[in-house]
Design a protein around this ligand. Structure first.
Ligand SMILES: C[S@@+](CC[C@H](N)C(=O)[O-])C[C@H]1O[C@@H](n2cnc3c(N)ncnc32)[C@H](O)[C@@H]1O
Length: 260
């Protein structure tokens, strides 16, 4: 059982504050991007699915279209409320949202055929605890899948990106390099069956506004991205388009088959 940590309070505070902007963010509702994780799991009509850290449920609703039953858990109430409202408005029966910690999943072992998690591993202090729990509640032969921001395999470059991401949103702990996620999967009896990389292009001012980053931290983060544009410090390739500064977050979908 994990103890509540101060960091989880930071997560709750940030995702309560960001809940409405997050739910409406077109980068995150983009159905092609949402589908990526669903497709990686080979979701089928009999599947029982758990989405860990569901937020406002973007991914869970996509699973509900192709699976039997979907449960979304999250530690923050505000996005869960948005998800429940959407469920009601859309009159969808096979989806359910409840409070729950990815580090201490409130279900017995071998409960689900598919256990998925998007854009949340980097908000957790011990990501291996989350994958361990995902693997525990997944049935043998089932699928555990992650879709997350990933950073450079070169630690100094990864650290640079994580630093400006954290300045923008203190609930960001550390996006991992792909190799570390693969290692965590293998340590938790998950045979890697798919790796797919992608990207999210962020316009810096919108990215900062969505997180309501206070001005001092926003200016430090902006400075770091600008410096990165000149010196290629993280691999996020910042660039200007129509006078607006952008950078590119790398992402990866990693799916594993539960071996026990
Ligand atoms: C960036 S949002 C991702 C939401 C959703 N998965 C999506 O892809 O749109 C991160 C979510 O992770 C949740 N979260 C962070 N740590 C968590 C934990 N230990 N257990 C459950 N949820 C957590 C936050 O409350 C927040 O809703």
């Amino acid at each position: 059982m994990s103890e509540p940590s101060d960091h989880k309070d930071v997560v709750r505070e940030e995702f309560t504050k960001q809940a409405d902007a997050y739910a409406a963010n077109s980068i995150l509702t983009d159905s092609e991007k949402v589908k990526r994780l669903v497709q990686a799991t080979n979701a089928h009509p009999e599947a029982q699915v758990l989405e860990v850290a569901t937020g406002p449920g973007h991914v869970a609703f996509e699973f509900a279209k192709v699976s039997d039953e979907v449960v979304g858990i999250d530690i923050t109430e505000a996005p869960l409320e948005i998800a429940r409202k959407k469920k009601q408005e859309r009159d969808i029966e096979n989806i359910h949202f409840q409070k729950g910690d990815g580090e201490d999943i409130p279900f017995p072992e071998n409960t689900f055929d598919i256990v998925a998690c998007r854009l949340a591993l980097h908000h957790v202090e011990a990501p291996s605890n989350v994958v361990k729990e995902m693997s525990r509640v997944c049935r043998p032969e089932g699928t555990v899948a992650i879709d997350d921001i990933v950073v450079s395999e070169y630690s100094k470059r990864g650290k640079y990106q994580n630093k400006f991401e954290r300045l923008r949103d203190p609930s960001h702990v550390r996006a991992l390099p792909v190799s570390e996620i693969l290692e965590i999967f293998t340590e938790n009896n998950l045979e890697i069956i798919q790796i797919e990389t992608g990207k999210l292009v962020q316009e810096v001012e919108e990215w900062l506004d969505n997180a309501e980053t206070p001005p001092t931290r926003a200016s430090e983060a902006r400075e770091m991205v600008l410096k990165d544009a000149k010196r290629d410090l993280s691999g996020t390739h910042p660039y200007f388009k129509d006078n607006d500064l952008h950078f590119t977050q790398r992402t990866a979908v990693i799916a594993g088959k539960c071996m026990s």
